[in-house]
Design a protein around this ligand. Structure first.
Ligand code: BDP
Length: 718
């Protein structure tokens, strides 16, 4: 890290060039994320310096102290001088931040704050006592903090501070991360690090890093976090752990990040000594009420519970022949007096013969529309199966108008190369959030926003590694999640460019190159992993294993999803097949059901298609599939070349790390392509088309490289 040069308050010495010289090519470990506050180029800094001569933050609270520190660190870093922090506006160039309560001057400005709620803010260029000033005003201290981060973003990305007229408020209420952290420190699908909070050393030792985690979240508007894995351990609800949770909540509070916990439905048995967890048993309801009271006594602003029930072996109300609504409502009643919420997951898919996993949650939850209490949110994954590189939107988003649905997105790239692959996820999330749920333009985002309590959740990719996310570009997914949670209509490109300027470089040609790489990356990953609507043909959720069979649950087999045979490939979800398409609104259904109107990128999700079927390009399905795989590999190869042009533009440490990871990504993309094409060729019996590179190994050799415990290999391909 660059050492901050502190100079006396009010002394205007411009040190920008000094910072700049040391910034070029210096090692950067990624810890500072997008809040690096690197010195601006001289000209830009000079322009801003006239606009920002002092920071004025009257009043005191934990959150206002955070505002003061952030603005001071931010502007000092960006301008290379110490900007004074004062209580009153004097002379031109004050940045005044606060609320009508903390600042009489803000109260007098008559800003349109009434419409901006508890978290909104406005930023204005104004005159105060005859002096030019910039005002960041909000109804609450938290709104002021969000506004301060917005102002810093303008400075970091080179936006002019002339004539500012910004009104902002989040489109969704609950914007939270879900951490898949186990109490032992391990994380599902993250091999880089451990849980960020060190349960063993808490509550005595609260790592200073937790503050930076909360800061980063606040900077993008994230206001909640679930501390433990959805596969929950009831231990988290014991008195000892709750004290640890309270210490974390104290660290996050100034930044407006509420803590939530995953609750294990059988906790009354596991840690409460009861014989049942039946939600209709009065003793059980009482146990949860008492537990909620205990939690709120320690953490008055506790967010609430997240529950994975009757899914993948987790306990739940179905164990007692009660519905998901009965289970959720019982917990909701315990939290309601404290204004807490229950987030109840809809990720359920009990295996039944002849069923289609893509319709399982719909079958179970759709009949419960309107049955959930007013402080229950039902959290639904973006697609009907499980965080695949491309899925259609989950049909529940068009089917439960009387239920508060919130999307669950996955920032952690469980199925998309983890922290090895460069895959920018904003385009995928936008595709989902803007999907038309009823054929009349009601998007998923519209559906979610209509709830009295609205929200969105993202499964976090953050761990204890110094860089937070392992791959430097995975930080962009954390960033993009927050920005889209704030406003789903922000474009992927705007988010990417903002992030690049704050995090990697401000050189415009380099910004263009990197933005292009990011924007193309998701489609490339789909191409080399699961093109044309293929899904779940994975081994360990990282490597390909389209030959995978033999698991205890047939709906984990790869063949269950691709259904390749001599005739063709794909899952027929129309009336002639599983009819899972019936879950969608009629207009959406009709479009997907007709092979001529079904988007080609979802073709094999909805249809079993003959190998020789002609696609839009005029090529056959087999040729097209093979060329998609090749295109994905070519993209990574080409991206490596493009990245090499950035040597010396991006700092050396992150440059080298990305270069190394791209090399691994190319090898892995080739592996995916070769393994999948050789396997599917067993059925298609057609040659690889021109332009598709020959695999290096044989199919048995590829198969031999992937070991998935408890599975065997499709006997037809051996
Ligand atoms: C699957 C993950 C598993 C999660 C589960 C879930 O493999 O670790 O527990 O989803 O979301 O994708 O509950």
């Amino acid at each position: 890290m660059i050492k901050k040069v502190r100079i006396g308050v009010g002394i205007r010495i411009f040190l920008g060039s000094l910072f700049l010289a040391s910034a070029k090519g210096y090692a950067e470990d990624g810890y500072r994320l997008w809040l690096r506050y690197e010195p601006l180029p001289k000209e830009a800094a000079e322009k801003y310096l006239r606009k920002v001569t002092s920071v004025v933050v009257p009043g005191q609270s934990g959150t206002l102290e955070a505002v003061k520190k952030e603005l001071r660190d931010g502007v000092s870093g960006l301008f290379g001088i110490d900007i004074p922090l004062t209580d009153t506006v004097k002379g031109d160039g004050a940045v005044l931040v606060g609320t009508p309560k903390t600042s009489p001057q803000i109260a007098q400005l008559e800003l349109p704050l009434a419409a901006l709620g508890k978290e909104g803010y406005c930023i204005r260029s104004v005159r105060l006592q005859g002096c030019a000033a910039t005002v960041v005003a909000a109804n609450t201290d938290l709104g002021a903090l969000y506004g301060a981060f917005h102002l810093l973003r303008l400075l970091q990305t080179g936006v002019s501070l002339e004539a500012l007229q910004i009104d902002e408020k989040p489109r969704l209420h609950v914007r939270m991360l879900n951490h898949w952290y186990y109490l032992g420190g391990g994380i599902d699908w993250d091999n880089d690090g451990y849980a960020l909070w060190d349960w063993k050393r808490l509550p005595e030792k609260v790592d200073a890093r937790l503050r930076d985690y909360a800061r980063a979240n606040a900077s993008i508007g994230i206001n909640g976090t679930v501390l433990n894995n959805v596969n929950a351990d009831a231990e988290i609800l014991t008195a000892g752990y709750l004290r640890k949770v309270a210490a974390i909540a104290d660290a996050f509070r100034p930044y407006g990040v509420k803590v939530h916990l995953s609750a294990r439905f059988s906790a009354p048995i596991d840690i409460g000594g009861l014989k049942t967890a039946d939600p209709l048993d009065p003793q059980v309801a009482k146990w949860w009420r008492t537990k909620a009271d205990e939690i709120y006594a320690l953490i008055p602003d506790f967010g609430g519970f997240l529950v994975k029930a009757n899914s993948e072996g987790q306990p739940g109300p179905r164990t007692y022949h009660r519905s998901h609504a009965e289970g959720a409502n019982m917990l909701a009643a315990a939290l309601a007096p404290h204004h807490g919420i229950v987030v109840w997951r809809a990720f359920v898919y009990d295996y039944k013969p002849e069923y289609d996993r893509a319709a399982a949650a719909y079958d179970e939850f759709r009949p419960l529309d309107g049955a959930f209490s007013s402080n229950v949110l039902v959290q639904v994954k973006n697609g009907p199966v499980d965080f695949q590189p491309r899925e259609p939107f989950h049909p529940l988003f068009g089917a439960m108008p009387k239920t508060q649905l919130i999307p669950e997105l996955q920032i952690l790239q469980e199925y998309m190369g983890r922290s090895t692959h460069l895959v920018y996820l904003a385009p995928m999330w936008r595709e989902f959030l803007l999907a038309d749920t009823d054929g009349q333009g009601t998007t998923v985002a519209n559906v979610c926003e209509a709830s009295a309590i609205s929200g969105i959740a993202g499964v976090s990719n953050v761990s204890s590694v110094r860089s937070w996310t392992g791959h430097p570009f995975s930080q962009a997914n954390w960033y993009a999640f927050g920005r889209l949670a704030w406003n789903p209509e922000t474009t992927s490109e705007d988010i990417a460019r903002e992030w690049i300027r704050m995090t990697l470089t401000r050189e415009s040609a380099a910004v263009d190159t990197i933005a292009r790489i990011m924007l193309e990356s998701r489609e490339a990953a789909v191409d080399y992993m699961m093109p044309l609507g293929l899904h779940h043909i994975v081994g360990n959720h990282y490597d390909p294993a389209p030959w995978r069979v033999g698991d205890s649950r047939p709906d984990w087999w790869a063949t269950y999803y691709h259904k390749a045979d001599e005739k063709g490939i794909g899952f027929d979800r129309t009336k002639t097949g599983s009819n899972a398409l019936a879950c969608y609104h009629s207009k959406v259904r009709d479009r997907f059901a007709d092979i001529t109107t079904c988007p080609e990128n979802l073709l094999l999700w909805f249809h079993h298609v003959p190998w020789d079927q002609r696609l839009i390009s005029g090529r056959t399905l087999w040729e097209e599939m093979a060329l998609h795989y090749q295109r994905g590999v070519d993209w990574v190869r080409n991206t490596r070349r493009q990245w090499s042009t950035l040597q010396g533009v991006v700092d050396s440490e992150r440059y080298a790390l990305v270069a190394k990871k791209l090399a691994m990504q190319e090898d892995h993309a080739k592996f995916w392509k070769n393994a999948c094409l050789l396997y599917f060729q067993v059925y298609s019996k057609r040659p690889l088309p021109d332009g598709v590179e020959k695999p290096d190994l044989t199919l048995p050799e590829y198969i031999g490289k992937i070991k998935v415990p408890g599975t065997t290999v499709d006997p037809r391909c051996q």
